[in-house]
Design a protein around this ligand. Sequence first.
Ligand code: SAM
Length: 327
Amino acid sequence: MEEGKQVCEAAISGDCAKLESLISGGADVCYFDEEGLNPLMHAAKNGHAEAVKILLEAGAPWNALSPSNVSAGDFAMDAGNQEAFDHLLNAGIQAELVLGTIARVEKKDGDSKGDYLEERVSFSEDKLMDSESKAVMMAWEKPLMEAHAKAVCSNGGHILNVGFGMGLVDTAIQQYGPVKHTIIEAHPEVYKRMLQTGWGEKENVKIVFGRWQDVLSQLDTYDGIFFDTYGEYYEDLREFHQHLPTLLKPTGIYSFFNGLCGGNAFFHVVYCQLVALELGRLGYSTQYIPLPVKDCLAEEIWEGVKHKYWQLDTYYLPVCQSAEDTE
Ligand SMILES: C[S@@+](CC[C@H](N)C(=O)[O-])C[C@H]1O[C@@H](n2cnc3c(N)ncnc32)[C@H](O)[C@@H]1O
């Protein structure tokens, strides 16, 4: 029998001695069988935590996907095997921490992704789309935006929102009557629409037009901050977080749109943990509030939308505050 197949069989049966001897003989741990599954997926699916550990240590990729987009972590979750799940989660977090470091080094060579801000956008009642028919914002998120607004407005005072989009979160923030409400928006057409719809005339609203990266010097300190931009990467969110100690008052509350890896349940868990870990290093504790969203997501809402950016049944709303304040 082919060596790759033997590794899969050892993973299925959880035969760790066999697995180790095959690995030390140079067998390929990245082998995919005819079902499109690799040894790590088989070990996770069959609940063999020790085999998962051995395979990860031998270099099996934590984030490989089956033909139906299922990862080893998803298999471990479905099998309810906490130990296997934890091995995969740790491997994912460690790998992404290292990859993030590499990406930051590469970014120094000048990676600016400004395309979206120069393209046309189109507005309709239920969505805001970019020029490639990807959704910038969709109306199904309204209940989520209302929940974010509630969280960041819970201390009242001065609220900052980064990214206006369809104005859903800002409309909800206004309902809490904040003393001041600052909105940063970078897209010229979205900004124009804000002015056309009267946002420039609201007494407690200050609009700052520009990329948040370019307008930091115009900002104040805030009791609540919400962040939801478009066309940016995890690295940009992470970079924004580095400014939180300057922007957020010590008792302030921060939240962000948590669309991280919204197409895969396990990758989403990895990124939720990663962001909480990185915020923790900045002195913030993060609590995730689960909100069921299955009922907001009828298949028809994605008609005409190129990328289905959210496919999970539960949304985890992050609420971050100074770790000292929560002790
Ligand atoms: C997903 S939408 C925000 C949706 C909003 N939360 C709502 O409730 O409707 C993202 C918005 O961020 C804006 N944006 C993108 N990059 C930005 C940046 N670097 N600085 C400020 N705004 C940005 C986009 O033009 C877009 O209007």
